[in-house]
Write a protein that binds this ligand. Structure first.
Ligand code: FMN
Length: 193
């Protein structure tokens, strides 16, 4: 028997994105975003939802570009800090001892020490309510070579990305490998073995 919890933002897993922007004075800033995910394959696009009250919001509206840096299990402390302090009164990079790196393709910084980075250009803005949704084209994906497999593709097992549980308000690490996608379910198809 399931219990109805009513409308809510409980969804599993939610990502831990670290969104990088430059403010009007050119100061690099980062904020943590859990409301987001891939939203189109061709062109490759990602969506993030950000409240107007954040310092990042004005930078997104002005520059129309941002980065997403993905922290590892070992980087949960700065990832959480980026979601509790504001660039309005804090230099978060300096406070965390991390390096703002100017992106190649977009006017936005990323976290040099985080292994996985998306460079994004906003293509749609939608007012949803408390949050504004920014859909952005992914212009490039940059990954530390140590996180690539033998085919040159990003590998979660090497990268160890984290996720956040909105109900528990806790961070979790990369889980175990449960099998190959578009493959393990074939046993249930007619004639599958
Ligand atoms: C785990 C986590 C997830 C968060 N997800 C979001 C989100 O999806 N959207 C949002 O507007 N704020 C989110 N926040 C809060 C912002 O990161 C926070 O308000 C931050 O201080 C904003 O930084 P800024 O003022 O420098 O832009 C999240 C915070 C944490 C810790």
């Amino acid at each position: 028997m399931k219990k109805s919890l009513g409308p809510g933002t409980w969804l599993y897993p939610t990502p831990v994105f670290v969104v990088g922007t430059y403010d009007a004075a050119g100061k690099p800033n980062v904020m943590t975003v859990a409301w987001g995910g891939i939203c189109c394959s061709k062109p490759p696009c990602v969506a993030i939802s950000v409240r107007k009250a954040t310092y990042t919001y004005a930078s997104l509206m002005e520059k129309k570009e941002f980065t997403i840096s993905i922290p590892t299990e070992k980087q949960v402390v700065p990832a959480d800090f980026f979601g509790t302090a504001s660039g309005r009164d804090t230099d978060k990079f300096a406070a965390a001892g991390l390096t703002p790196v100017r992106s190649e393709l977009v006017h936005a910084p990323y976290v040099g020490e985080f292994p996985f980075v998306l460079e994004c250009r906003i293509v749609h803005v939608a007012e949803l309510g408390l949050h504004t949704l920014f859909a952005a084209e992914i212009l490039d994906v940059k990954v530390d070579e140590s996180c690539l497999d033998e085919r040159g593709r990003p590998t979660a097992a090497l990268m160890r990305p984290i996720w956040w549980g909105p109900s528990e308000n806790r961070y979790y690490g990369t889980g175990e490998d449960l099998g190959k996608g578009f493959a393990v379910g074939r046993v249930l198809q007619p004639g599958g073995d």
